[in-house]
Design a protein around this ligand. Structure first.
Ligand code: ATP
Length: 320
């Protein structure tokens, strides 16, 4: 549906983003992550046609966002980080204004505004001035304005930033619902938000895409370290020497740490610095030693850990 083909943007010779190459399929909710200044807003502004790439093409169903501007942009909804709301308008007059601006046919405008008010939970606030709305309701109004023309693609720049936890949950539920009818690209700093909402995650760092995968798969994607949490029945004095010498004799040495010990139950953590999967060998070793395994679980890295690794700059490392 959406395709970015080798897209770069420089600002007066300074890099904004570089060689972005990715596609989005219809119906996907994609999380767009990156530290401050990574290039998320620049990318979103290019996708929505507000900013022209220095190089490369952005296509929506084969049409160029920049060459066939108006036609393509009518199919895109954009909620910038600070929604373009007019504080002195009421919710209703703002939505009527945006419906006109986004070329909603005159005979449909009233119906569409009513639909947005009920869909975004704005009933009862239609006549309230935008300036007097809470931040959460301002965000709902901004979202209503972003989808009033029924776009296929919805681009949301940090839609939950600055909201309280209840408002965050409400806006998240709304985005989930919107994802049923729209393709959504969502930038955020809140990593659990990506796990909760997105079928796919893109991570950008210093203007370049450094990861593209499902939130569940990113934990396996780093390729360094294989960690297993193990619970066995037995005394530490008996189990530890057996596992230590077995671990040292493996093709990739396995380090062993004891997590806890109580009433003959031992909880251990095993790891290798490579992706060497030693679970089967471990099972047979413990079985041959008559040490019962109560639990064995491969420990994936969390999205937070992956994000930190991918985006920690040289400067960041020095600061640590
Ligand atoms: N109008 C501009 N003129 C010059 N440089 C800019 C401009 N807009 C962005 N940049 C630079 O481009 C880079 C990417 O910025 P961008 O705002 O896209 O990052 P971001 O990922 O959205 O950051 P944040 O999470 O802080 O919003 C940064 O180095 C920024 O300083």
């Amino acid at each position: 549906m959406l395709k970015l083909d080798q897209v770069s943007k420089t600002y007066n010779g300074q890099r904004g983003v570089q060689d972005l190459d990715f596609s989005m399929e219809r119906g996907e909710i994609v999380g767009f992550l990156g530290p401050n200044g990574a290039g998320k807003t620049t990318t979103m502004r290019m996708i929505t046609g507000y900013l022209r790439p220095t190089e490369g093409k952005i296509l929506l169903d084969g049409m160029s966002v920049h060459e066939q501007g108006r036609k393509v942009r009518s199919r895109i909804g954009y909620l910038p980080e600070t929604p373009p709301l007019y504080p002195d308008m009421t919710v209703l007059s703002y939505l009527q204004f945006v419906a006109k601006l986004r070329d909603v046919p005159a005979r449909e405008q009233k119906l569409r505004v009513d639909e947005m008010v009920s869909r975004l939970g704005l009933s009862g606030r239609e006549h309230q001035m935008i300036r007097s709305l809470s931040k959460g309701y301002k965000q709902r109004t901004g979202l209503a304005g972003a989808i009033i023309h029924k776009p296929d693609l919805l681009v949301l720049d940090e839609p939950t930033s600055g909201l309280d936890p209840n408002q965050i949950m409400e806006i998240r539920d709304l985005i989930k619902e919107l994802g049923e009818n729209h393709t959504v690209l969502l930038s955020t700093h809140i990593l659990p938000e990506v796990s909760a909402l997105c079928s796919r995650v893109l991570i950008i760092n210093q203007g370049k895409l450094v990861l593209d995968g499902s939130p569940d798969s990113v934990g396996n994607s780093m390729g360094d370290a294989f960690e297993v949490h193990l619970t066995v029945k037995g005394e530490a004095e008996h189990v530890m020497p057996i596992l230590t010498s077995w671990g040292n004799g493996q093709e990739h040495p396995i380090t062993l740490g004891m997590h806890s010990q109580s009433e003959e139950i031992l909880q251990l953590r095993l790891s290798t610095p490579t992706q060497y999967d030693y679970r089967e060998a471990l099972f047979y070793k413990l079985a041959s030693e008559h040490i019962p395994i109560l639990e064995m679980k491969k420990q994936d890295q969390t999205l937070e850990e992956v994000f930190q690794k991918l985006t920690m700059t040289e400067e960041g490392r020095e600061r640590k």
